[in-house]
Design a binder for this molecule. Structure first.
Ligand code: ARG
Ligand code: ZN
Length: 878
């Protein structure tokens, strides 16, 4: 491997392909080390391209065995072939057929892109550019073809053979131990949606009849013996199919829909047409091994990939700069689905926590980029929180601006006008503009401008005139530029409840901030109001307003918007943490009167509402994370000071609320009962039970240890067991080591549970954690070739252990860097992802940031970095 000079690809350089490929006939003879691929391509010049241009096909680590054009071998001077490309210098200027034979080694493929083997199962991953690792091709999303795939393999090694589309002929090959299956996909698709699977797999299945009357065979394939753990995922597929019809009018369009779970997978899952391939973490679940969070994630990822069938597959992207067109939209769709399946308010808070933890920090650091980037060196580094999560917020803002009816009409128009096409962000916005009659050109700034906008608000109340004046001002970190179009859902709240006041500029509770600053006047306001701004988090911005704790706690009590009730408590907690961290207080306790008032307000809230909505109460009790606090501080961050400040506040909450927390635990434990059910209400009770235990353990580690041990041994499900173990893990001593060892043994044969065990230990905020990680790296279950394991041990350390990752001696950074370097030789995509944990290095205090800078620069000097890692490094250091 050699460090390639990263070549920059730019949006402005987009040109249509000079050639099109209408039909692809693939013949794949699977064999562990020597797989033969014959591709027969029906190619023609693209009328929109350049006439007579050479045909330049992409390749990656391919061995060319044969090449024919219209049945004729080509003379040596007519083409050039390397592992990374095949060029026909003078291709026919009419339709022609190219037959290409390549050889690949799926077993040696540890990059997990293209065709590889996971635990012996043949599978593929082609997005963004993996198809070129299978055969030479125009591997770009605007070349759409109809595929017929014949898969052949050993009957014993791969009794199950799956492809895209509908199943066709299958049979055994006489006098051999091999068999074959043919699959045909009638829907033209780009190469990144190609997939195949071959292996020993168990199947759970059902049927679904679409609104158009199509009878669909729906199946989930998993490793032998794990069938019962696929029931929940199968049910989630069926619910997704139903929801896309009733909520969006989108029916399924093939006779089969297959999901396959594999254990080695670079990301969450992949929406290949009719054959979604999943990281088994997002498929397998039973009460013994999966937490409530796992169940919720499975539901969300199953839905996400299924929904791509319309937002991604039927309408795909013209080029990879448009990635948010399918990802942002599909995240929005899966979030809506989950909100309908669960509690909308609770789900919204979860979405925003993720956005702030991952996207706001990305947007504040060196890896910030627009939702639609304008340039990239390695596209696989742009599957980011910005493209996905901020991309989803943009779609949600369109709905807020247009209202649900025009939004739905716009979606329908987008699908109708772009069906079977490779579309752009402009096509998407045009559909909404046409339906609503609104000019969305200023709104489009959200796709172009990186950074999290700030909205500063200030209010003046005139008691005599019964008038409230609210001024709002927006700014982007990048400084000037046209203002953004920001939907601000808002209302006023008084000491005893919501205030009805007239302001014609806030129809339906939404004001649209289009200028840099603006002022709203509310008439008939009988008492001093507290503004409730950005209800439901109506725009992905940071809000600054000089409200006192008492005013915020008024919102917690009386706002009608559950999101802002939660936000109010978070803001008070954040200020308490920041004040304390800023003072760099070392002494442990001394909470102070503001913290007392905060705890008292939470106490009153719990008394009034905890039993009615435990999931919401658990969120209100949870403090902002250390990472969020660091982002809020923004510069010169001392993670130890942040950690101590947050711990102090948690301890204080635990002490003040102890009696209530204990009675809540009892009351909820009775309500929770058996048998286990993963539904949202039951999960909510468990969330509050465990949040309460966590605070109790902060207040009284001895009592906490006893209660956690009791819960650990009595637990009937992984949620309660893991929560107890996590609490024990935070308390140094023998109880912790005993519990960790027992858990590790009990689940020695459960990879997904071991991942939790690795992650938990990697996030212990103590100096000894580095040694612990060194030991765990030589644990027999740890393997660099398994992305889940690497993410569990090293990724969690980088993302979830700020005091140890950013240790003042640099040892945490060094550990991360060593892993990235070693992993880069195995799986560059995962190595690059791990490296993004350095994204906030510049905001650390000087001693720590200079350590990080040194380590990154040293890595950059190494001679053989992958393009993936070199790209992240260059941007992180820029
Ligand atoms: N399209 C997949 C999804 O729905 C993710 C593919 C990620 N690919 C990559 N190279 N990182 O989320
Ligand atoms: Zn997606």
């Amino acid at each position: 491997m050699r460090t390639e000079t990263p070549q920059t690809i730019r949006l402005e350089d987009y040109r249509p392909s000079d050639h099109l490929i209408d039909r692809v006939d693939l013949d794949l003879r699977l064999s562990p080390h020597d797989t033969r691929v014959t591709a027969t391509l029906a190619i023609r010049p693209n009328p929109a391209g350049e006439a007579g241009a050479p045909l330049v096909l992409d390749g990656d680590e391919l061995i060319l065995l044969g090449l024919e054009c219209d049945g004729q071998a080509l003379p040596a001077d007519a083409f050039a072939a390397t592992p990374s490309g095949l060029t026909l210098h003078r291709p026919p200027r009419r339709p022609f057929t190219l037959r290409i034979e390549t050889q690949i080694d799926p077993t040696a493929n540890t990059k997990l892109m293209g065709l590889y083997r996971s635990n012996g199962v043949y599978c593929t991953q082609c997005e963004a550019d993996g198809f070129r690792r299978i055969t030479y091709f125009l591997d770009r999303p605007d070349v759409l073809s109809v595929y017929t795939t014949r898969i052949e393999a050993g009957r014993d090694e791969a009794p199950v053979l799956l492809g895209n589309g509908n199943p066709g002929a299958c049979g055994v090959i006489a006098d051999t131990d091999r068999h074959y299956a043919v699959w045909h996909d009638p829907h033209p698709k780009p190469a990144y949606l190609f997939a195949l699977v071959g292996g020993r797999l168990d199947r759970v299945a059902t049927r679904f009849t679409t609104m158009e009357g199509r009878d669909v065979a729906v199946a989930v394939y998993v490793e032998p013996g794990k069938g019962p753990r696929a029931d929940y995922a199968l049910d989630a597929v069926v619910r997704s199919m139903g929801w896309d019809e009733t909520a969006c009018g989108r029916p399924y369009d093939l006779d089969v829909f297959n999901v396959v779970a594999v254990s080695d997978f670079n990301m969450g899952a992949m929406e290949n047409k009719g054959l979604n391939i999943f990281n088994d973490k997002y498929v397998l679940a039973d009460p013994e091994t999966a937490t409530d969070t796992d169940y919720a994630n499975i539901e969300a990822v199953i839905a996400h990939e299924y929904f791509h069938n319309w937002s991604g597959n039927r309408v795909t992207c013209r080029d990879w700069f448009q990635l948010c067109l399918k990802e942002g939209l599909t995240v929005f769709r899966d979030q809506e689905f989950s909100s309908d399946m669960r509690s909308r308010a609770v789900h919204r808070i979860g979405e925003v926590r993720t956005l702030r933890a991952r996207q706001f920090s990305e947007d504040a650091g060196p890896l910030a980029h627009p939702v639609r980037p304008r340039a990239y060196a390695e596209i696989n580094n742009f599957y980011t929180a910005t493209v996905y999560e901020k991309g989803a917020e943009i779609v949600r803002m369109i709905r807020t601006l247009l209202g649900p009816a025009a939004f739905r009409a716009g979606m329908d128009r987008y699908f109708a006008e772009n069906d079977g096409r490779a579309a752009t962000v402009e096509d998407f916005l045009a559909a909404f503009a046409a339906e609503s009659g609104r000019d969305l050109s200023a709104f489009a700034g959200w796709y172009e401008r990186p950074g999290t906008p700030r909205v500063t608000a200030a209010g003046i109340y005139d008691a005599d005139a019964r008038r409230y004046t609210l001024s709002l001002r927006q700014s982007l970190p990048s400084g000037d530029g046209a203002p953004l179009v920001i939907p601000v859902a808002l209302g006023l709240v008084g000491a005893s409840g919501p205030i009805e006041a007239a302001c014609p500029r806030v129809p339906d509770g939404v004001f649209v901030l289009e200028a840099t600053s603006d002022t709203l006047t509310f008439e008939g306001v009988a008492e001093p109001p507290v503004p409730s701004l950005f209800r439901g988090f109506s725009a992905p911005v940071r809000v600054e307003m000089n409200l006192g704790d008492a005013e915020r706690l008024t919102l917690l009590r009386h706002d009608t918007d559950p999101f802002n009730r939660w936000q109010a408590a978070q803001s008070v907690a954040m200020r308490l943490i920041l004040d304390r961290a800023g003072a760099r207080l070392v002494e442990a306790d001394e909470a102070g009167p503001a913290a007392e008032a905060y705890a008292a307000a939470l106490g009153a809230f719990l008394d009034a509402e905890a039993l009615a909505d435990p999931a919401f109460a658990a969120l209100v009790l949870a403090l902002p994370s250390e990472g969020e606090a660091a982002n809020e501080i923004g510069r010169d961050v001392d993670p130890d000071a942040v950690h101590r400040a947050r711990q102090t506040l948690r301890r204080h909450l635990g002490r003040s609320l102890r009696g209530r927390l204990e009675s809540l635990r009892e009351a909820l434990a009775q309500a929770a009962g058996a048998p286990f059910s993963p539904d949202a209400a039951s999960a909510g009770r468990r969330a509050l039970i465990n949040t309460a235990l966590d605070l109790i353990a902060m207040a009284d580690p001895e009592a906490g240890t006893r209660a956690a041990e009791a819960q650990l041994s009595a637990a009937s499900n992984m949620t309660d067991r893991l929560a107890a173990l996590a609490i024990l893990a935070q308390i140094p001593g023998k109880a912790r080591e005993t519990a960790l060892a027992a858990f590790g043994e009990r689940y020695a044969d459960e990879p997904l549970v071991l991942d939790k065990w690795f992650a938990l230990q990697a996030t212990i905020p103590e100096a000894g954690t580095l040694d612990r990680i060194a030991r765990l790296r030589s644990h027999p279950a740890f393997a660099m070739t398994n992305p889940n394991r690497v993410r569990a041990l090293i990724g969690s350390f980088g993302l979830g252990n700020p005091t140890q990752f950013a240790r003042a001696d640099g040892a945490g950074f060094a550990l991360l860097a060593e892993t990235v370097e070693a992993l880069d030789r195995v799986n560059p995509q995962i190595a690059a992802k791990l490296l993004t944990t350095f994204g906030s290095w510049r905001m650390l205090e000087p001693a720590r940031s200079s350590k990080a800078g040194e380590i990154l620069s040293r890595m950059q000097a190494r001679p053989s970095l992958s393009r993936d890692v070199a790209d992240i490094l260059a941007r992180t250091l820029a």
